[in-house]
Structure formats: C-alpha cells, structure tokens
Ligand binder design. Structure first.
Ligand SMILES: [Zn+2]
Length: 226
C-alpha cells in the first residue's frame, strides 16, 4: 500500500477521534478519558436471581459505567467493549474454571439493529471463549417498563438449549436487573443436562429500583431491552 493510502487511513482515524466524546463525562476528542476509564475497573459484588442463582457483577449500573454501557448497547460504540470486557473478565475468569461460558441469547431484532451480540462481544473482548448454547425459543415482549413479576412471566420458556451436554456452565449477561433472564437461561441449560454454576454480569442495576422512590430514570430502565 502506498503512502497516500496510509495518510488517508490516519486522517480518517484522526477525524473519528476528534468527533468522539468520552461516554462518561462528554469530554471531546477521546473515546474514553483516563478518569472515566478508572471508573470502569471491576468492583465485584454478588446479587441473587429470584430462583437463588448467584450473580457476580463487575460494575454497578449507574454513573460512568451506565453511560458507557448504554453507548455500547445503543450507540454502536463497540470500541468500549474492550475496557468493559476487561471488567467482565476480571470477575468471569476466576469463576469459569472448567465450566462452559454461555452468554444469554440476543433477540433477532436486537441483533439486526446492532449487528453484534453484546454479551458475546464482551466475553470475547475479555479474551475468553463464548459458547452459544442458548437460543431464543420465542419472541418476548420488551422487558422495559415491566416489574419483577412481569419480567419473570415474560421470559418464562423463552429460551432453549441448542445442544444437550453435561458439566458446569457459567451464564453471562450484560446488565442484570431482576435476574429473570438469567433464571430462564439456567432453566433451559439445566433441561439440556448442564449444571449452572453461577452467572456473571457486566453490571447490576441498583436494587432500589424496586422501590417507589426509585432514583432511576426511564432511560436507565430501558437498557435491558432484550
Ligand atoms: Zn470521561
């Protein structure tokens, strides 16, 4: 390739960078500033699904992490999958052991809209292998705006395992809200012979959302769209 070609690539890359802004603080000219990058370091904590499956979450879905995750999920900022994948990996790697890492399936509509599967992408960016052993068995309503019971009803029976097998599995999702999606994934994998060991999520939403005085906005709730 000639020098002109490389100059064009460099100038395109520079234009992209100048048009970028940090998802955490909106500072221009950077895909993620150093200060906000620090806030994407894993802060491991454990929550439980309604059926009692342990979920190890890397980040809290608020502030800088929430804005970075929304930009990855809704604005196509796939470069953010690297720092976010690193946070996921810090929690996932020590728990995976011999278990298969199985991401929750992405609905066909979400995949068409984004062109990528967020949980799978995060696992790969963490340097780990994602096994797509789950598929959507039927369409579900949008989880947005549904409460705990509604979400559980909505996802019940919505997944199927793509193959039978044995051994431990660790289920991965991007954002855990009520945990209903992870329970459904565990049900489908158990029915196919696997043993769900635990789940790992990139981020957990604050449990306060279940109270009347929830401080979360509608757009915070809107992220768990599939
Ligand atoms: Zn920033």
């Amino acid at each position: 390739m000639d020098a002109d070609h490389w100059r064009r690539i460099a100038s395109d890359a520079l234009a992209l960078l100048l048009a970028a802004s940090c998802p955490g603080c909106d500072r221009g000219g950077t895909l993620l500033c150093d200060r906000c990058r620090m806030q994407l370091r894993a802060d491991p904590h454990e929550v439980r699904t309604p059926h009692g499956l342990a979920v190890h979450a890397a980040l809290r879905y608020e502030g800088v992490p929430a804005r970075a995750i929304r930009r990855l999920k809704e604005d196509g900022a796939t470069l953010l999958a690297r720092p976010l994948g690193a946070a996921l990996g810090a929690v996932l790697r020590p728990r995976a052991g011999d278990a298969l890492i199985v991401p929750v399936p992405t609905s066909r509509a979400s995949f068409r809209r984004r062109g990528y599967r967020v949980p799978d992408l995060l696992v790969r960016r963490a340097g780990l292998e994602a096994h797509r052993n789950l598929a959507s068995a039927r369409l579900t309503d949008d989880q947005r705006g549904l409460g705990r019971a509604g979400r559980a009803r909505n996802v019940a029976g919505s997944m199927r395992a793509t193959a039978h097998g044995r051994g431990g599995v660790v289920i991965v999702d991007d954002v855990v809200t009520t945990g209903a999606t992870l329970d459904e994934a565990a049900r489908a994998l158990s029915a196919a012979g696997f043993t769900p060991v635990c789940a790992v999520a990139l981020a957990s939403t604050p449990r306060i959302r279940d109270t009347v005085n929830s401080s979360l906005t509608d757009s915070d709730m809107a992220v768990r769209g599939d």
